[in-house]
Design a binder for this molecule. Sequence first.
Ligand SMILES: NC(=O)CC[C@H](N)C(=O)O
Length: 375
Amino acid sequence: MTTFTPAILVLEDGRTFRGRSYGATGTTVAEIVFNTGMTGYQETLTDPSYRGQIVVMTAPHIGNTGANPEDFESGRVWVDGYVVRDPARQRSNWRSDRSLDDLLAEQGVVGISGIDTRALTRHLRERGSMRAGISTEVLDPEALLEQVTAAPSMTGSNYLADVTVDEAHVVPAEGDKKYTVVALDLGIKGMTPKLMAQRGIEVHVLPATSTLDEVLELNPDGVFMSNGPGDPATADHQVELVQGVLERGTPYFGICLGNQIFGRALGRGTYKLKYGHRGVNQPVQDRTTGKVEITAHNHGFAVDAPLDTDFETPYGPARVTHVCLNDDVVEGIALLDRPGFSVQYHPEAAAGPHDAGYLFDRFTDLMEAARAEAH
Ligand SMILES: NC(=O)CC[C@H](N)C(=O)O
């Protein structure tokens, strides 16, 4: 007879769910958020932007294709906890070398299964993201709640030191090298430099604490800042770095945290969304073309900028270029007279639809134009 290890999930507001241990045993406390992707659980788990978060999967059946090293977006699983309804009892895929349960256990990720993820998600949608704990050892909800309320909140958190590379490295261009880009690793996903390399970009991935001098030393055609975990309001060093880049007129492209940092560099604030956007089917309109694209998201914060008018910045006028059609959240901004733009969502689409791949071409177009102007 199979026996199960009991586990509990306790939310900051006291709501408690009982289930079974999934992955590692132990206790974890972090912000709880939900992801609506029906596919791509491995890419989600290995996205460094999820550092500091317990992720609830709304898709009821998780783990069907097991785990394989090829679908990792970084070197490890980063989520601080994992909540699923009904884990696959059997894995089925020729690339799979482990079950998802084994992968999570190996990586020390505490999870819980057998949870009514629909009720849990509705609760989080109504009350907003909050702190939560999962435990297989503290099974008294009151005792776990004490640990949950003692934990730091997501607002004001900075995890960049945990996720960034220790040493710079280069991802070579595929085919002829056309451009050099410095990509600041704030928790970069593997697909991002790959999509740049496919466009003839040699990508120099640098640690998050790199200085403007270290960036400029490489004489880049463009500077990129990646997605990453934590509260963008704490990324002061990176904001100053972007300001230095913009002053010199070097083309800039940012994704997600890199968008929030760009917004701050332009003088705008950021704020926390009630429950964020996490999934692979969010409708975003590119206002420069009017086209609607279906996109991958993972963000809990957003840039505060006006939708209806251009706004002034120290680098000339700027505009909101992309908007989420579900809730009018700013999903992209661009300078009008200088080469700089960014998006809040994930055009690298790992996992997710490829509708937004054109943004990497917009980046090469900017670098091409800047080069033509210099000659
Ligand atoms: N994926 C990201 O870059 C997320 C940025 C930021 N941590 C947020 O939650 O909004």
